[in-house]
Ligand binder design. Sequence first.
Ligand code: NI
Length: 180
Amino acid sequence: MALRPIICLPDPRLRLVSKPVAKVDAGVRALMDDMLETMYDAPGIGLAAIQIAEPLRVVVIDAAKKDDPPEPMFFINPEITWSSEETSVHEEGCLSIPDYYEDIERPAKVRVRFLDRDGKAREIDTEGLLATCIQHEIDHLNGVLFIDHLSRLKRERAIKKFAKAAKRAVDERSGEGETP
Ligand code: NI
């Protein structure tokens, strides 16, 4: 297992549509192990492969409560097959959009079809935090970020803020941040 760097807004790779996994093999399992280690280290409760610059439809999640034992979950080629009309609002954040949180409204319950770690087809019903998290992660596989669910004004403000921070980091690295 290895820690992998997480890419952040405004990295254009976050807008890629990830490709389906053709075969669940040792390479995919090694990728998921890296993703899980990287997610726990961050720390976060969900991570899509594209967040470590791998454009594959792979997601890891651990939505266990803080003091409960870890409950790692692996989703390969996940698809939402049903969503409830009922919605719920959760405050969301994203490891690729650090220190930024907003309330997002999504379907309260979703049914998800996917391949598990052993390549077996499964379908589960989710609600609560897990439902929010899996929808957030599947969005990543389609190049969608949680800020895309905000009003245009709020979204543009967030994008501008991260673009500025990225520019500042580049300037500082090249020594141009010293301008009085
Ligand atoms: Ni995210």
